[in-house]
Design a binder for this molecule. Structure first.
Ligand code: APR
Ligand code: PHB
Length: 389
């Protein structure tokens, strides 16, 4: 088989890239190691920047998002029993759309299935070849049969644990990594959210977040030790701990119920540089991870894909390789800004096991600055709604 671009991974990055390329007449095949159901079973953040919404529109999958997504003009920060609102609208004139990543993925999968483009689910032993030359190829097994696809380019959209980054010689990669000494225990529940906007909670017992998927489904998180086991957290224990961290009005408004999903996610910052190796390009979680505090994971994948799709289309239209040559630099500029913001939000709101009294005071002062300074609020708002591409 032959195609123009082989995309490894059918997460949001791979599916969005596939859709943008197909719209511009660039043939592509997506190889995904899991089943579609498995991919849709993963619960992840659900806050979209305007830039990501624009990309989904461009990919032709924005209709349901505009119908069902919730437009939020601000967030709230709860600290010492008081709530402070960061008003995106008045600070920077922006907003975000709350729409679950699972739904984004479903919309992209449905559109792809309708378009007739090839997606191979349950592709085993995917391996990348020849990307340092002019004729790359990707091999895989499916249903016990070996296959090879010849292509012009390979897009590594296969997440943090994927094969693409691992196929690059070690010496060609520089890796920057920080693992936070705690995780987020998350619960999904079919109950209305406690507040119309997301509430980020800084509390002496640890961070908490009150988020939502819709007006009838909520997502709550609490900071927990990194080695915590989800089996040790009954629903009751979770709600009790969450209540301890919430302010009075939040507690009064909290509607609890049986969890429909419960999981623990580690917090990690990670960047692998560069993002291009000959004819292999990394995008999304394959190249970088942000801690979830700033809700940037999916949004960063969308900006990588924006640069990559544009560069590939220029190459196919005019054999113009400026975009491909500049891909890494353009992505990394925005990646590092998002890493900084996610790191800052994380440092501001969590309790760190080894913080001394000076560190604790710095955190308090940072929060005080945020409440009292419009410039500080503006900086948060500008980053939260998304820096320009
Ligand atoms: N072969 C084929 N597919 C693979 C392989 C492999 N060897 N390894 C991993 N994959 C698939 C995974 O099963 C997954 O479906 O690649 C996909 C990567 O998807 P994500 O992990 O969602 O990564 P990405 O698309 O970059 O997502 C960006 O969305 O999922 C979130 O946390 C993520 O917020 C981030 C954003
Ligand atoms: C979520 O809804 O899952 C969510 C929202 C905002 C974040 C992180 C996660 O910062």
């Amino acid at each position: 088989m032959r195609t123009q671009v082989v995309i490894v991974g059918a997460g949001p990055a791979g599916l969005l890239l596939g859709a943008l390329l197909a719209r511009e007449g660039v043939d592509n095949v997506i190889l995904e190691q899991r089943s579609a159901e498995y991919v849709l079973g993963r619960i992840r953040a659900g806050v979209l920047e305007q830039g990501a919404v624009a990309k989904l529109d461009q990919a032709g999958v924005g209709a349901r998002l505009h119908r069902e997504g919730l437009v939020h003009h601000g967030i709230e920060i709860s600290h010492r029993g008081t709530r402070h609102r960061i008003d995106f609208q008045s600070l920077v004139g922006g907003s975000v759309v709350v729409y679950g990543q699972t739904e984004v993925t479903r919309d992209l999968m449905d559109a792809r299935a309708k378009s007739g483009a090839t997606t191979v689910y349950e592709a085993e032993d995917v391996s990348l070849h020849g990307f340092d030359g002019e004729r790359p190829a990707v091999r895989y097994r499916h249903g016990g049969v070996a296959h090879e696809i010849a292509c012009d380019f390979i897009a590594g959209c296969d997440g943090y644990h994927g094969v693409s980054r691992q196929s690059v010689p070690r010496a060609a990669l520089t890796v920057h990594e920080r693992v936070d000494p705690f995780g987020w225990l998350g619960v999904l529940v079919d109950r209305p959210p406690l507040s119309p906007e997301l509430v980020y909670v800084s509390h002496e017992r640890g961070f908490a977040l009150c988020s939502m998927r819709s007006l009838t489904r909520s997502r709550y998180y609490i900071q927990c030790p990194a080695d915590e086991r989800v089996e040790d957290w009954s629903d009751e224990r979770f709600w009790t701990e969450l209540r301890r961290r919430l302010d009075e009005p939040a507690n009064a408004a909290l509607s609890t119920g049986p969890s429909i999903e419960k999981s623990i996610a580690p917090l990690r910052s990670f960047v692998a540089e560069p993002l291009r190796f000959g004819r292999l390009f990394l995008a999304g979680d394959a190249a970088h991870i942000v801690p979830p505090t700033g809700a940037k994971g999916l949004n960063l994948a969308a900006s990588d894909v924006h640069y990559l799709a544009g560069a590939l289309v220029d190459w196919y239209r005019r054999r113009d390789d400026d975009g491909l040559d500049d891909y890494s630099r353009r992505c990394l500029r925005r990646i590092w800004l998002a890493e900084r913001f996610s790191w800052w939000m994380t440092s501001l709101l969590h309790r760190f096991p080894d913080t001394d009294s000076f560190g604790a005071r710095m955190q308090e002062a940072d929060l005080e600055l945020l409440y009292s300074s419009r410039a500080s609020q503006q900086s948060l708002a500008e980053n939260y709604v998304g820096l320009p591409y």
